[in-house]
Design a protein around this ligand. Sequence first.
Ligand code: SF4
Length: 375
Amino acid sequence: MKKIAIYIHIPFCDHKCIYCDFYSVIKTDSMLEFISSLKKEISSHNSLMNKMEITSIFFGGGTPSLLSPKLIGEILNLFQKKYMLSSNCEITLETNPGTVDLQKLKDFKKMGINRLSIGVQSFNNDELKFLTRIHDKKLAIKTVEDGGEAGFENINLDLIFALPKQTTEIWESNLAIAAELPITHISAYSLILERGTILNKLVLDGKVKMKDSDFDASLYEFTIHYLSEKNFIQYEVSNFSKEGYESIHNLSYWEHKNYLGFGPSAHSFVDGKRWWNFSGVKQYVDKVQKRGDAICGDEHLSNEELQTEYIMLALRSKGLDLLNLNKKYGSEWLLKNEDFINELINNNYLFKRDNFIKFTDKGYSLCDEILLKLN
Ligand code: SF4
């Protein structure tokens, strides 16, 4: 039986953070109408999901923890009752401090959520204020501790580095607090300036100055070393986990496996075909009500495009298995890039073990530039 990962996009937020370009809208009364469309969209994929084993379900957003445990339970029920879930199916809920308390977390656990991903971003109050988050350091710590007390053994924290006034000491303190908490996974991203955000306008108006790329790279290298000393294994450019706690859902993307996305702007990828939904909530609801799905576009990837994605995703995460590559796509790519790969190995950007190549710490920090040079 083929395996599939499920992503469910809940597009509601309490407010819009200044740096965020994810598709989200302020929580409205249209939430129930949205949930009913979501259920309808899920049911419309019956014939596909009947043939698949579900390995993970990820509620992302937006802020899915704004929904009640009852609503999350109703959506999960659709999958649990009708389809085959693997025995270790990972079920993640993105959660923001300020939208949950201990009881709500316990109720999410009861509904079947077995992994929390908490959008902490920083433990520094000035940084949290700058990011316009609704929580402070105390609430962030309490939310993580409540997660542990509610029975979650598998907890991820999202953290952002290279904030405009951040020093290495502030970032180290953020990592140190995180490492002391009952967590198994950290996603650490540098602050990216996205078009159309309030932050972008502040930078254009000269009111905020972003950190330069050298500082960004130095904090990134610091993060890799610091977290490895705390027994977090880097298994993707921005993701670190305790042994055995790599995210099954994230690995599905990075290992180029099948996934189905539901909700506005969600993307799906099944057997080399990709499609995506309309991103506006109203448009999404209208389309699903009329025809059962909200697909706005699709593409069939050529063999060459599939190979490129496979290689890039593997190199950004756990490394590239050259035997598998050969089996799937032949030897042409390796022959074309052999000299450059050997140069990267000789200069300690890549290492090779048996038939497997993977970035070193030094290579990870220049990963985007290196990947551009591979062809
Ligand atoms: S809570 Fe998350 S998804 Fe919502 S606006 Fe803030 S950063 Fe974006």
